[in-house]
Design a protein around this ligand. Structure first.
Ligand code: SAH
Ligand code: SF4
Length: 370
């Protein structure tokens, strides 16, 4: 069996392991800080540990990241890393620099089983869950690449202030590993991010929203995309399992624990599909008793999607309906277009274990035959 990877080991578990090996508990703190706060990737650099200790640890633990396959920077400074997670699968992480913050968008799965109509990750089907080390490694590598780790004795100065689970995959369908990763992101001896600066984005896995509220209530974004069940069933197939009424109730329950007093609703604006003023008015009614903000995302096209982005005029009219009813509404600026780093363009390269493409082709063939 391979040795436990420190990148996915919450400090409490590390403490337990060390205790089993007869090391003292405060060692866990020292090791965590070396790895997660200073970006050290080799035990022999942990200079406040005895040499013999360093050797023992190196035999029992590892610090491993998936290799970088590609590293691309867009004209606007957005940077994208493609990681090889083995078995022919690759996942992406995207860094978005802004004046007052730096956001890293990370992936939780290779592919995604939810299969939203407008999402290129979904179109590839599902391959596998990432483990906590593979999730955290995206942050660790990005910090190293951006020179964002703390130098010893230097005041905290972070290139990455926010982390969002908005890359590939549905984090709440990989709950256990997402939770372990979150624990590390928040732990003061690891990345020490505040719960408000870490956002989990979900297509609406209702039971897991309740568990997240209990286990680790970070900021929550819910991908809504439609004001009615009929339309949402089409766009986000998971809606058939957890329809809007249940989803809205889950949002209200989440807010009792959330670090912010609103839910962010994400809404991809697709021309002629979900972007009319009537849709906006229905939305206002739908979310009437959920304190929320809206983030409108102009649809990012990808080959074969068969969908188009809403026009700027549609977007404006839609946002005006929401705003005039008192809902804070922002339009997401499209970043990293030229390197396919925008929302929903994160295709990576996934071996489709669900054989989605094949099943789809079969359906089309059946239609043509009938
Ligand atoms: N699975 C989670 C998180 C990853 S998707 C979720 O669905 O919330 C992150 C965001 O990108 C979601 O709001 C998703 O709806 C959006 N998105 C997906 N495909 C898109 C596309 N083609 N254009 C714009 N946004 C897209
Ligand atoms: Fe999965 Fe999110 Fe894409 Fe839907 S939008 S297919 S839930 S990654």
């Amino acid at each position: 069996m391979s040795s436990p990877n420190l990148l996915g080991l919450p400090p409490s578990e590390l403490t337990e392991l060390l205790a089993q090996w007869g090391e003292r508990p405060f060692r866990a703190k020292q090791i965590s800080r070396w790895v997660h706060q200073r970006g050290v990737g080799a035990f022999d650099q942990m200079t406040d540990l005895a040499k013999a200790s360093r050797r023992d640890l190196a035999e029992r633990l590892s610090i491993e990241t998936p290799p970088i396959l590609r590293d691309t920077t867009a004209a606007d400074g957005t940077r994208k890393w493609l990681f090889d997670v083995g078995g022919g699968d690759a996942v992406e992480a995207v860094f978005i620099p802004e004046r007052s913050r730096g956001t890293l968008c990370i992936s939780s799965q290779a592919g995604c089983a939810v299969d939203c109509r407008f999402c290129s990750t979904g179109k590839q089907g599902f391959s596998r869950n990432l483990d906590a080390a593979e999730i955290v490694a995206q942050l660790w590598v990005a910090l190293r690449e951006l020179d964002g780790f703390r130098a010893p004795g230097m005041p905290e100065q972070r290139a990455i202030s926010n982390v969002v689970f908005m890359g590939m995959g549905e984090p709440l369908q990989n709950y256990a590993q997402t939770l372990r990763a979150l624990t590390l992101l928040l732990d003061d001896d690891a990345y020490g991010l505040s719960r408000r600066r870490v956002t989990v984005s979900t297509s609406g896995v209702v039971p897991m929203m309740d568990r997240l509220a209990r286990d680790c209530p970070v900021a929550l974004a819910v991908s809504l995309h439609a004001p009615t069940d009929a339309l949402r069933d089409e766009l986000v197939p998971l809606n058939k399992k957890y329809p809007l009424r249940e989803l809205m109730a889950a949002c209200r329950r989440y807010l009792e624990h959330a670090p912010r007093d609103f839910i962010t609703f994400e809404y991809v604006m697709i021309r002629g599909v979900n972007d009319s003023p009537a849709h906006a008015r229905e939305l206002v009614r739908l979310v009437a008793d959920v304190p929320c903000k809206f983030n409108l995302i102009p649809f990012n096209p990808f080959p074969g999607s068969g969908l188009e982005r809403s026009t700027p005029e549609q977007l404006l009219r839609f946002s005006q309906v929401l705003a005039s009813s008192g809902i804070v509404t922002t339009v997401r600026r499209t970043r990293g277009d030229d390197i396919d780093a925008a929302c929903g363009q994160l295709a990576g390269e996934v071996q489709d274990r669900t054989r989605l493409a094949e099943r789809r082709a079969r359906v089309v063939m059946m239609r043509e035959e009938s």
